[in-house]
Design a protein around this ligand. Sequence first.
Ligand code: NIG
Ligand code: FE
Length: 423
Amino acid sequence: MNNKILIKNASELVTCSGFKPKHGSEMSDLHVINDGALIIEDGVIKAVGTTEDILRMYKEADYDVIDAEGKAVLPGFVDSHTHFIFGGYRAEEFSWRLRGDKYMDIMKRGGGIASSVKSTREASRQQLLDAGVKRLDSMLSFGVTTVEGKSGYGLDFETEIKQLEVMKELDEIHPVDVVRTFLGAHAVPVEYMGRADDYVDFMIESVLPYVADNKLAEFCDVFCEDNVFSVEQSRKLLSKAKEMGFALKIHADEIVQLGGAELAAELGAVSADHLLQASEGGIEAMAKGSIISTLLPCTAFSLRESFANGRKMIDSGCAVALATDFNPGSCFTESTALVFALACIQMNLTIEEAITALTINGAAAVNRADEIGSIDIGKKADIIMLEFPSYKFIPYHVGVSTVEKVIKNGKLVFDKEKGGLLC
Ligand code: NIG
Ligand code: FE
């Protein structure tokens, strides 16, 4: 394979065309070209059209040709909310939850996030890097070409920086692009127990400036939740982060309706995430403020909570993104296939809306709608080809990846027919 690829005869070329987030009813239009084709040169999409049009303008002999007859072709998926760098696992905690223990109760008695903090502090850089490569490989097999990853399992200077540096290295060595988010305010560490305000000050004075100066993260996030960080503490941290040049995200209204969605709108955050308990006012504020509402159905499923009201959000004009929330506690899955199935079957999103949510709106949730998330001329050639003729197979093949090939930056990096990963 060289740098020039021609994909032809795609039964559906699902372009998701657009350069900004899609709101409300705009999410339904996938801009599908039947019998579609595209040209990739130097990692970038150069031409898009019907096979007839493309073959009239470009000579097949000049390209490596992929015949997508009977296959649907889409933009690579953007998983815009994960916590994929961590040490250790929490299978035991999962079994307690199955017996009826609540997520926040386990956290209050020192388990949950705190347990991953202990194992992540203990893990070497190399261990985190090795685990990271395996997890990115798996995400790639589900069609993910860009992933957002958060720190937040260090809660001290060294380990927060270690997590971010590991993600920076992964971005350089692995085909999947990694967008980094600083989530130092993921929980109050034992050293600061009962002193959340002091911990927020420590983050603002000692950690955030280092992260900013060394360009270790683009986004700053906070777990705004009862018994974690209050709305006031979250506002203080995020306002300072904004002054330092970070774009903002918020873990908002996940367990309790605190007003996280409203805070996201007030601060002009890029996204508010989770939103299981978002209020009507919060939904309106997100729609009006063009805040991406990022929904994480696998987390609600794993925690046995009711799903976020994605239907109402879209009907109210919000731009909804979907993501896995891959993490060792509340949601240990990188399966975009399961995200699609739950979004369509349980949350009543249409298949078209769900695809928009994991492509162009996912790209918008990481501030990259102008460069990824759709098959448009000039965008990065991050493309997936399904084993099936229609995008409608994605949620229909419940929980199973329908992805046959993945092209990242114009290079074929995954091909099920050739045994999977090629990188
Ligand atoms: O997005 N809600 C807070 N943070 C993560 C879970 C982290 C964990 O349980 O380790 C989430 O679900
Ligand atoms: Fe999360």
